[in-house]
Design a protein around this ligand. Sequence first.
Ligand SMILES: [Zn+2]
Length: 320
Amino acid sequence: MFVVALRKDTFSAYPTEVILDEDLFQLPFADISLDRRAELRKDTKLLEREWRDSASLLLLVAGKNNVLVRPEGGLHWRSPTELSSELPEDAIFLGVTESEESLFALADVDPSLMGSHEEAVFCSLRDIALSLDAFEQSAAALAVALATWHQQAPYCPHCGQLTRPSEAGHVRRCAGCDATIFPRSDAAVIMLVSDGDRCVLGRRIGSANGRWSTLAGFVEAGESPEAALCREVFEEVGLRVDGLRYRGSQPWPFPSSLMLAYEAHAPYGDLRGNEEHHEVRWFTREELRRGYADGSLGVPSTLSAGGHLIRDWLERGVDN
Ligand SMILES: [Zn+2]
């Protein structure tokens, strides 16, 4: 259940506020207040006017994940016409703010076009996301997700011809067969498995020493998230789970995942390792608290759903 309050204007069906069920996390990048205004994406004339409107705002993206930020924190929004007097073909229309300012993004920006804003710097969205408010997190996530997709989708998957951006950067169209190609989101499950008193964490190959994470994996073709969860837990640690509980979702635009967070129950038992982890093991709450306090375990970040799952499990229970 969630409570929705509709905006009073006639243009948007987006709610001004969504109160999630108390079981669900409010996760970074998942804020709903960015009104994407999808119906305007084909209206090039209107978007050209919005591009030239002095109230409109432009976010610059460089490389795959880097967004322009202010030294004092927050995204460094520019006036679109500082970069180009006309709406560029590859401009991305992100949507509008609550005060109806149009938001655009432009990727692969030439640093020489930075003009007099040298004090602003490009930073990885992963590194600075927690310093942004919920609205800017979601706007930047959309910009980065689409910028990355445009870099990776130059050719038509049907006929191999070049594709061009269309519909304000939300689709690409093939010059050869006129196919419309949409960006994709790859669903993945991330899950905290516990027996009530202990939870299963893994030290993933390639991650920092001391960093223990929840289990996670991609949903395969023709598979539900719940089936993927059961399969992944069995493949990664050899446990059979039940009592699945959905805890929320989060776009993860590095490059194109949609994370679906769950808790699941499994009886305490021996774990079987796998090639994705250096080690997997059970932790009691006391072991986690002690490890976070003395620095032997990396404190889980509040950026990812996995960090929220671990923190919530710690806060909800006490060791016997
Ligand atoms: Zn084609």
